[in-house]
Ligand binder design. Sequence first.
Ligand code: PLP
Length: 433
Amino acid sequence: DNPLNEVDPEVRSLIDNEKQRQFRSLELIASENFTYRAVMEAVGSCLTNKYSEGLPGKRYYGGNEYIDELEILCQERALAAFHLDGEKWGVNVQPLSGSPANFEVYTAILKPHDRLMGLDLPHGGHLSHGFMTPKRRVSGTSVYFESMPYRLNESTGLVDYDMLEKTANIFRPKLIIAGASAYPRDFDYPRMRKIADAVGAFLMMDMAHISGLVAASVVADPFEYCDIVTTTTHKSLRGPRGGMIFFKKDPVLGVDLESAINNAVFPGLQGGPHNHTIGGLAVCLKYAQTPEFKAYQKQVVSNCRSLASKLISQGYELVSDGSDNHLVLVNLRPFNVNGAQVEKILDMASITLNKNSVPGDKSAIVPGGIRVGTPAMTTRGFTEKDFMLVADFIHEGVKITQEAKKLFSTPKLQDFLKFITSPDFPLRDQVLD
Ligand code: PLP
């Protein structure tokens, strides 16, 4: 077998280009990170060759003695990394990623068209928590289940728990989902537990974004209050791309979560597990139990606070006025620019972050803010002072965006744009129909 550069120089060069892009840019996307060399080694190993449908000791294929050991090791490390008692909690490490993990939970504990409530996407929730628009059921979750999102209190930027409680009492969901893709604060798990109990709903936390912070105990612990906890493995946790589902071992609301969830993963929605990912995940979960990992997660949070306070001192409005975790949400509307414009300008300067809607946005297509996260650059050794500089670069980007927008309002360009749409312009109708 020949190396990649001989077999397929085209793919080799695309990988090299991507590596250089990652190496040369300021990576501020809150959901991204740089995984460990040892994880990459496991992910790029012969484990990818093996079929092992089923669970350890109960496979539909032979030759799984080492794969069984590996998956059991991964499960044990997952429980240990999140400080869980194996008598009370179990875990499935086979979900291919975060969205499948969530859908697997829904199909495990709900019947088609049962009701669920998750944080609305424009307010920070994830698509897989049931996103829909008045016109369209966008996410598969909202196609196969009835979704009624809860939202933030727009003046505080915090989850509106009072409204969630009121709505839950009317809507009577069978599942309430905590967790978000763009929420800078901890969830109030005790309050959500109370709301779920009052209506007889399961409480699930999707800790995808913050699972590294949870493992290091630098944010509130969802396991104390939730029945089920899902996560991706490639964000703050710093592992390979994948997913996990943790479940209580004792029945909840009469449901044996262990067998329901395991069956939903396989044969319900998946076939053979990605053993190379499970190998990489086991490695990442070994790291997640070290003092260095805890120090790293503390630094992620501390860097985020430094970024937040510098942005505030530059006059930016942050959703919820700050952050408890690894990300900030910056409201750019007072600066008269939108998130898409700033994202584009910063991208040109190798500063990678993403546009994000902020409470009060009229349209999700032109979101009024940006989401900035600290995990990836903290992995590369950034400290508080580096993130102050990052805040300066963002500020420069916003000012340049404001300048660029001035071009649009110059009378000469405005006149010209008017001209090309007027009947005097000979080719006016070329683009119509
Ligand atoms: N859940 C949350 C809270 C997320 O932020 C994401 C991804 O950004 C997911 C689930 C989905 O994960 P994946 O992209 O691995 O399907």
